[in-house]
Every structure is written in structure tokens, then in C-alpha cells.
Design a protein around this ligand. Structure first.
Ligand SMILES: NC(=O)c1ccc[n+]([C@@H]2O[C@H](COP(=O)([O-])OP(=O)(O)OC[C@H]3O[C@@H](n4cnc5c(N)ncnc54)[C@H](OP(=O)(O)O)[C@@H]3O)[C@@H](O)[C@H]2O)c1
Length: 278
């Protein structure tokens, strides 16, 4: 019997590329997205079921899992990829924006896991991959809310890996660096929020952050290709990859730096890099 993967957030970026990767490797793919009626590519591929799934809705999650199981009979891998960013000072976001980000990036992951895990337990096998971020390993400027959401999922992943090991279920995280998907345009920033001091500061820090990311990517001499993330996700499903996985030259560079020095020294180094000098 063919393996089946369910992936969230397949309308673009890593999710769409992962759907194509699994399909090309002979897997059945339940490619889920919020607006399947807009999809024109994945539904033309053999063994791909494009179906609606909004990670913020219990009903939508239940329905997608049930439709997927009806079509393919099992789910061997679950890729929790749906998510979005938001860059602003903590004070700039409205409370609704903060809750909404957690609803998708954290509770959305839990919701889909809770629906799929009982079937994986019945199968006595399965792999869950949670797509996090390098912002889930370290504090960066203007990412406090996003970082908190991705750290939450890194912690969730590590605990779940232990909890579900006795059931034959593997749980791992893939943490990408910066890649040119729709991520930046889809980000829910609020640079207009907060008082004048915060607004001025966020503009300055934001511009500096982009320069640093660009410099790091140039230094590595590699263009960040989102396909790399799709390949990493697939590799983590089919191999004995560890619980925590990093992907992207910038993320690898930062992680190497992080591992090479005491934590406070790393935080001081990042501050030096990310806070503009004037
Ligand atoms: N690109 C990067 O630099 C980067 C770095 C680190 C981590 N990540 C993480 O990687 C994951 C994928 O992002 P990406 O870079 O591929 O960006 P992307 O192209 O914007 O894709 C994000 C996907 O998530 C979906 N999504 C958002 N909210 C959803 C919801 N409530 N229910 C279901 N789907 C939802 C989007 O669907 P719609 O089309 O309906 O909006 C889209 O398909 C995210 O978790 C992101 O945090 C990205």
C-alpha cells in the first residue's frame, strides 16, 4: 500500500512544494488549503487530493482528515506547515492580532495533531513534522510574538516526540531560515501601532534586520531556494532525522554560532548584530 501524507497550507510556499515532492516520490497526498477552489496546479497531479482545511476550525480539520482517510485509507505522515509571520514590537500588535497568530501557529498545529494522532495510534506508526522557524530557537528583533509561537511549537514537538514514541509515532520539527515564499507579503505586521517612539524604532530596526538577513545570505554564497525546505521535510519523514532540524544557510550559520558559545554570549552577539548602532 502506498504511503499517504496530509499537509496543511498547500496553497503556496513550502506546503505546495512539499506536496509536489511527496507526490513525485510516489506518495498519496492530501494537499489541504483554506481556498481549494483557487488551486490550479496540485489538483492536476495523480494521487493528490486537494481539500479544504483551515487550521483555526475544528470542523474544517475534522472534515479534511475524514475526506482524506476516505480517499486513501491511512495517513502515514502529517506536515503541520500552515502558519504566518508578523514583525512589529509587542506593543504594536492588537490583542486580536496576537491571539490570531497563536490560533494558527500554535493551536492550529495542536488541533490537526489531535485529529490525526488517534489514526496513527491505530496504525501503530506515523510521522508528524511541525514546520517552525529559526525564530523558534532564538529571540530576534520585531519577532517577539512570532518567536513565542514558534518556540511553543518547538517545545510541543520535543514533548510529543517523547509522549508518542511508545506508540511508534515520530514527531519532529523543521525550522527554516529566511526563504522567499509568500511569507513576507502574508505577514501580519502592525508598524502603525504603538506610540511615536515605538513606531520610529520599529522602522529603524526593521530596515536594519532586512539588511542583516541579506548580508548573511550573501555571505553564504547560496540563494535560499524554498525547495530546500520541501526536501528537508521529506528527508525528515523518510529517515531517522533527529527531533530538531534546521534548514537554510542563514539558520545553519546562526545555529552553529549559538552552539559554539554560552547562551548569554550568543544573545549579546545577536543584539550587537540586530540592534542598529544609532
Ligand atoms: N518563508 C520563510 O522565510 C519562513 C521561515 C521560517 C518559517 N516559516 C514557516 O513556514 C511555514 C510556511 O510558510 P511559507 O514560507 O511557505 O509561507 P506562505 O507561502 O505564505 O505559505 C503559508 C501557508 O499557510 C497557509 N495558512 C495560513 N493560515 C492558515 C490557516 N488558518 N489554515 C490553513 N492554512 C493557513 C497559507 O494559506 P492561504 O493561502 O490561505 O493564506 C499558505 O498556504 C509557516 O509556518 C511559516 O511560519 C517560513
Amino acid at each position: 500500500m502506498k504511503n499517504t501524507v496530509l499537509i496543511t497550507g498547500c496553497s503556496s510556499g513550502f506546503g505546495k512544494l512539499a506536496a509536489k515532492k511527496f507526490q513525485s516520490e510516489g506518495w498519496n497526498v492530501i494537499a489541504t488549503m483554506r481556498s481549494p477552489e483557487k488551486e490550479a496546479e496540485l489538483n492536476k497531479l495523480d494521487n493528490v487530493l486537494v481539500t479544504a482545511l483551515d487550521v483555526t476550525s475544528n470542523e474544517s480539520v475534522k472534515n479534511a482528515v475524514s475526506v482524506g482517510l476516505e480517499r486513501f485509507g491511512r495517513i502515514d505522515a502529517l506536515i503541520n506547515n500552515a502558519g504566518y509571520g508578523g514583525h512589529s514590537f509587542l506593543e504594536q500588535f492588537t490583542e486580536e492580532q496576537i491571539y490570531a497568530m497563536f490560533e494558527t501557529n500554535v493551536f492550529g498545529v495542536m488541533r490537526v495533531c489531535r485529529e490525526v494522532l488517534p489514526y496513527m495510534r491505530k496504525q501503530k506508526s506515523g510521522t508528524v513534522i511541525n514546520v517552525t522557524s529559526m525564530a523558534g530557537y532564538m529571540g530576534l528583533t520585531l519577532t517577539s510574538t512570532y518567536s513565542a509561537s514558534k518556540w511553543a511549537v518547538e517545545g510541543l514537538t520535543e514533548s510529543m516526540a517523547m509522549e508518542y514514541k511508545p506508540f511508534g509515532i515520530k514527531v519532529k520539527a523543521v525550522a527554516p531560515g529566511a526563504f522567499g515564499t509568500n511569507f513576507v507579503s502574508a505577514s501580519d505586521n502592525n508598524f502603525e501601532g504603538g506610540d511615536e517612539e515605538i513606531r520610529e524604532s520599529s522602522e529603524k530596526i526593521g530596515a536594519h534586520f532586512l539588511t542583516v538577513v541579506e548580508q548573511m545570505q550573501n555571505q553564504s554564497g547560496k540563494v535560499a531556494d524554498p525547495q530546500e525546505v520541501a526536501e528537508k521535510i521529506f528527508e525528515c519523514v523518510i529517515t531517522d532525522a533527529p527531533v530538531h532540524n534546521i534548514v537554510g544557510a542563514d539558520a545553519e550559520m546562526l545555529k552553529t554560532m549559538m552552539d559554539s558559545m554560552p547562551r548569554q554570549q550568543f544573545i549579546d552577539t545577536l543584539e550587537d548584530l540586530l540592534l542598529p548602532k544609532n
